[in-house]
Ligand binder design. Structure first.
Ligand code: NZQ
Ligand code: ZN
Length: 388
């Protein structure tokens, strides 16, 4: 196992019917700006519940953070904070709202002329941020319990991730019943996103991280168990299944399973270009890439793929190549079974999309991806042509 630091300061407040406890989580004198996405928080009553919990505190709402949040929109929130003298942020939503809130929290205290610099430098230059709490409505990204975010510079068509220890939410309220209003597509996206966060940190090469491996396998097994059940009856939610999805998604990307082990993240970097170019949902972009990437990278990932085949999919018979093929096929079937396509053709995309994604990766300097840094633009091209 490699040396590592593990730091996660986010207080988790988990369970149903706990919204009123926001009153004890937010300082009494805080001036709170609530950040929300489109219509869902108002429509489903969560915004009203949060406002009620804030009681007499000065508070206002900034609405309109879009999925795959835009830098330009975040700057409008910064302007509202400055105009209203707010000193505490409360993000109510999924990964997009929470990610935007992390950036807004840092940008508000940034002295430079162009806050995009904070993202361009991947968060390294963030030295402080406003305090942030999160009420999660969509289990998927893990943003509620990590220090990262992803922001899109809309004018430049550039989607970039950033992270900073200053960006951890101070607390996150995780109420599984808030997922009951999610449409099936978002539920499926969440299962796939949490699954791929786990494989990005698990399907690399062995370094003796036995405990990290067992944690990762536990997450994958749980997602494989609950995912199809949740999607089979999205309108009749089962609290335990939703609770396990929410908790699994948080642990898939809160630092634990990635501590002390190599990490890949090529599927995410490539997927982000599909979102930037074609507006494909984040979770869905990952399903397009992962099966073909595992196939292409089967040699350097061989030991872990065999372990995955055995421990996650129970594949023990046949020769090694056949077991790896079967594990990749199971992965593809799992995504497809959730209604998430694994082929570009499902979106009407062909070879021209492969060229466009490769060109964007080159333009963004993303030319040595993966845990071995061997995924060059040519390798990406092979991966995506195999995903047509
Ligand atoms: O905008 P509203 O009206 O609120 O609707 C949202 C949105 O349209 C809706 N929604 C959320 N909660 C709901 C609900 N609808 C009904 N009931 C509810 N309870 O869902 C739609 C999608 O929301 P969004 O926040 O965009 O989804 P998600 O949580 O999947 O976040 C995706 C973003 O997170 C980034 C992605 O790149 C993408 O920009 N990621 C962030 C990461 C991180 N911070 O660590 C890691 C991830 O890999 C990911 O890249
Ligand atoms: Zn993701």
């Amino acid at each position: 196992m490699r040396n590592f630091d593990f730091y996660n300061p986010t207080r988790i407040v988990f369970g149903q019917g706990r919204m009123a406890e926001i009153d004890r989580l937010v300082p009494a004198a805080a001036r709170v700006l609530i950040l929300v996405g489109g219509a869902s928080a108002e429509k489903h009553g969560t915004l009203a519940a949060v406002r009620q919990a804030l009681g007499a505190r000065v508070h206002a709402t900034f609405a309109g953070i879009e999925p795959n949040p835009h830098y330009e929109t975040a700057l409008q929130a910064v302007a509202q904070i400055r105009a209203g003298g707010f000193d505490y942020l409360l993000a109510l939503g999924g990964g997009s709202v929470i990610d935007a809130a992390k950036f807004i929290a840092a940008a508000e205290l940034y002295d430079g002329a162009e806050p995009w610099e904070l993202v361009r430098q991947r968060g390294r230059s963030i030295t402080r941020a406003l305090p942030l709490g999160a009420v999660l409505t969509l289990p998927a990204t893990g943003s509620e319990m990590n220090d990262g975010g992803v922001l899109t510079h809309h004018a430049r068509g550039h989607k970039l991730s950033f992270s900073s220890p200053h960006c951890f939410p101070q607390w996150a309220l995780l109420d599984p019943s808030l997922t009951y209003t999610l449409p099936p597509r978002q539920l499926a996206n969440g299962v796939v996103d949490a699954f791929v966060h786990t494989t990005e940190q698990y399907l690399t090469y062995p370094v003796g991280g036995g405990l990290q491996d067992r944690f990762a396998e536990g997450l994958l097994l749980e997602l494989i168990d609950i995912g199809p059940r949740i999607l089979a009856a999205p309108a009749q939610p089962d609290y335990a299944d939703r609770a396990n999805l929410m908790w699994a998604a948080s642990w898939a990307l809160n630092g634990l399973i990635g501590a002390g082990v190599p990490q890949d993240w090529a599927t995410h970097v490539i997927g982000h270009e599909f979102t930037a170019l074609y507006g494909i949902d984040h979770g869905r972009s990952l399903a397009l890439v992962l099966p073909a990437l595992l196939h292409e990278r089967r040699a350097p990932k061989r030991a872990k793929l065999l372990q995955y085949a055995q421990r996650v999919w129970g594949l023990t018979s046949g020769d090694e190549e056949a077991r790896i093929d079967a594990a990749i096929a199971r992965t593809r079937d799992f995504f497809e079974g959730l209604g998430v396509p694994t082929r570009l053709s499902a979106y009407g995309l062909g070879a021209e999309a492969v060229d466009a994604v490769v060109a964007n990766l080159q333009a963004h300097g993303m030319v040595q991806l993966g845990e071995q840094r061997e995924i060059t633009p040519e390798v990406v091209r092979r991966i995506l042509l195999a995903a047509l």
